[in-house]
Design a protein around this ligand. Structure first.
Ligand SMILES: [Zn+2]
Length: 273
């Protein structure tokens, strides 16, 4: 038996008169990029392959404030692109350069995520200033931009990630309002459409210890999360489970590894192994 998650209604692609083409099964209107160069970038390592796409929210009161910060040499942060809530796309750092968006992070054993990734910021006040759903124009522009990025680089679907996936103890973005399922339908990232009925089982939670905790940690690490199999459900483990739920079970984000969370993780592992 399968569990079906609440469906997100297809709102249809934006239609425009000109410059319409087909890519990845979707109609693309040529994306208009607004140049807003940031000095905050450096060279990628000579052998660095771009194999990861990281999605963020800005976590600032306005898109303009975020653009200013991402261009401020003092702040030493940047991203390749920013998409505001009207769907306007700003190009800040050329893709061949290394932007500074990931910070201390880890995925699948790699720790210099900036070196191998492209970063997109979505304007949203975030959990600190009034987190709200991402607008339709913003999501539509993101679908187009991400589709183009994935056509230019060899980025596997499993390596389209949220900032919270690669830095679970520091970051919550893009957060539980972000519609990963919608993106996965455009082959941008993965989503477990069919999940086996969770086994009747125990829920693991903070403070628990033992082999079951170690197995859970190993499974999360096998998927990519930076987590050691210590057998102790410590703070770091809770942070990773929260990040996993924010991405793949946003309906309930509570940090407890319940049978449904377990079933979703198993479904994902079957998709990527
Ligand atoms: Zn971020």
């Amino acid at each position: 038996m399968a569990i079906f998650y609440p469906s997100v209604a297809d709102s249809g692609d934006a239609r425009h008169d000109s410059l319409v083409r087909e890519s990845n099964g979707m109609t693309l209107v040529d994306l208009k990029l607004h140049e807003r160069p940031s000095p905050n970038n450096d060279a990628r390592a000579p052998d660095a392959a771009i194999d990861t796409l990281v999605l963020h929210y800005t976590g600032m009161k306005s898109a303009e404030a975020a653009l200013e910060r991402l261009c401020d040499p003092e702040a030493s942060v940047s991203a390749h692109y920013l998409i505001d809530e009207e769907g306007k796309v700003y190009r800040m750092v050329p893709e061949q350069r290394r932007a500074w968006h990931a910070g201390v992070s880890s995925w699948a054993g790699e720790t210099d995520i900036n070196d191998r990734s492209i970063g997109i910021e979505l304007a949203n006040p975030g959990h600190e200033f009034g987190y709200r759903p991402f607008s339709e124009p913003q999501m539509g522009a993101l679908e187009q931009l991400a589709t183009e990025i994935l056509s230019r680089h060899d980025i596997p679907a499993r390596r389209v990630l949220g900032h919270s996936d690669i830095a679970p103890s520091r970051k919550q973005d893009p957060g539980e309002f972000f519609d990963w399922r919608r993106l996965a339908r455009r082959s941008i990232g993965i989503w477990p459409e069919v999940v086996a009925q969770p086994r009747q089982g125990t829920t693991l939670g903070p403070g628990d210890t033992g082999m079951a905790v170690g197995e859970m940690q190993s499974a999360l690490a096998a998927f990519g999360y930076g987590l050691a199999a210590t057998g102790e459900y410590d703070t770091q483990t809770t942070d990773v489970v929260l990040a996993f739920q924010r991405h793949f079970r946003p309906r309930v984000v509570d940090g407890a590894f319940d049978p449904e969370t377990d079933a979703i993780l198993r479904a994902l592992l079957r998709m990527v192994m």
